[in-house]
Design a protein around this ligand. Structure first.
Ligand code: PMP
Length: 357
């Protein structure tokens, strides 16, 4: 018997439906755009956060996972029963595990052995085979990315999705996230800003919005400590040695990935956001908006606020709320951990008693 849901909305690219969607893939994307009242009122701008935590795997990386797998299928690189291999410490692996499970592929994840047991347990629960490997630098052949590449190469009907340099990642944001933002703002979007890990979100959304607005929409990059892209942009293209680190996870970059590629030349400006501000915003968003967001999302919200202040009142600024705080709560909401990182004073004074009595 034919299901009445057959032929229903796939969820891509970037068009909305109120009807049923086709399985997990159909439920990826079409996320709400949340008006952030407090920050908007303070700046006289409209500050909007794209609620990527509403994707089925809980993060913006569900889109990349679907994009990478769909592209490999279309190119005939991945056939039924095949294996998807990736080196990832977090959200991409979770997204891939979900999509693989829904499409009947095997999923193999190589991750640095410094990652939390919860992540390993979750990936295994979702059906992935997980190999924690020594956390060594990128130029060491034992680095988790190279191990993933080599593993896939040695296996029949297997692909290494290569999220950093496979542009199917940025392309899915061009095909979905960008159009969604354009539609949700009726084309009245003055600025988009976000931090980058692979650069897929920034380059995909940025490219789409630049094209649709004839270059009018400002695209800015936000960088955490330990990332080199802010200095690259503000110095007009000088790549410096990576120094320092950040407590934000999933963002920060030491090189120009293929996903960022030549798009980085079209990035209008960039902001450096200190961890104190990001942590403070994690708490502020929960307190004022009831939003329980991760640190990279909080960094993005700080960046959108600062961009609004710089562009002046009346503007519409969009950013990404990449995931929820659920995956990081043992850190972000632990007094001991924040003290260890020297960030205990980042909690707004009026919230200290409430969260860390
Ligand atoms: N925030 C989080 C929590 C992430 O996991 C990632 C992806 N690593 C990003 C932001 C950055 O997204 P992108 O890879 O598209 O630059």
């Amino acid at each position: 018997m034919q299901s009445r849901f057959q032929g229903c909305q796939e969820g891509i690219p970037g068009h909305f439906t109120t009807g049923p969607v086709n399985g997990l893939a159909g439920a990826i994307g079409n996320t709400p755009l949340i008006y952030l009242k407090g920050l908007s009122e303070r700046t006289g701008c409209q500050i909007l956060g794209k609620a990527e935590f509403q994707n089925p795997g809980g993060s913006v990386k569900d889109r990349a996972a679907l994009g990478l797998i769909s592209d490999a299928e279309e190119k005939g690189l991945l056939k039924p029963g095949g294996t998807v291999v990736e080196g990832t410490a977090g959200n991409t692996g979770i997204g891939l595990a979900h999509v693989c499970r829904s499409k009947g592929y095997n999923c193999v994840i190589f991750m640095p052995n410094t990652q939390s047991q919860e992540k390993i347990d979750l990936l295994r629960m979702l059906g992935a085979e997980v190999y924690p490997v020594p956390a060594v630098a990128y130029d060491d052949p034992k680095n988790y990315n190279h191990q993933a590449r080599d593993y896939a190469k040695a296996l029949d009907n297997a692909i290494w999705t290569n999220q950093f340099d496979n542009v199917a990642n940025a392309n899915i944001h061009y095909a979905t996230t960008g159009p969604e933002i354009w539609e949700q703002t009726d084309g009245k979007v003055d600025g988009f800003i976000c931090a980058t890990g692979t650069g897929g979100t920034l380059a995909g959304v940025g490219r789409y919005l630049k094209e649709k607005s004839n270059g009018r929409t400002q695209i800015w990059l936000a960088d955490p400590p330990g990332s080199v892209l802010h200095s690259y942009i503000s110095s007009g293209g000088k790549l410096i040695e990576r120094t320092g680190s950040s407590v934000t996870e999933g963002i920060g970059q030491g090189r120009i990935t293929d996903n960022l590629g030549t798009f980085i030349k079209n990035v209008d400006s960039s902001l450096h956001i200190a961890d104190e501000k990001s942590i403070s915003m994690v708490y502020e968003m929960l307190d004022t908006e009831g939003l329980y967001i991760g640190a990279s999302s909080a960094l993005n919200v700080v960046a959108a606020y600062e961009m609004a202040q710089k562009l002046g009142p009346g503007k519409t600024i969009v950013t990404a709320i990449c995931d929820g705080a659920y995956r990081y709560q043992s850190r972000l909401f632990s007094k001991k951990w924040l003290q260890l990182k020297g960030l205990e004073n980042a909690i707004p004074e009026n919230l200290k008693k409430q969260f860390h009595p």
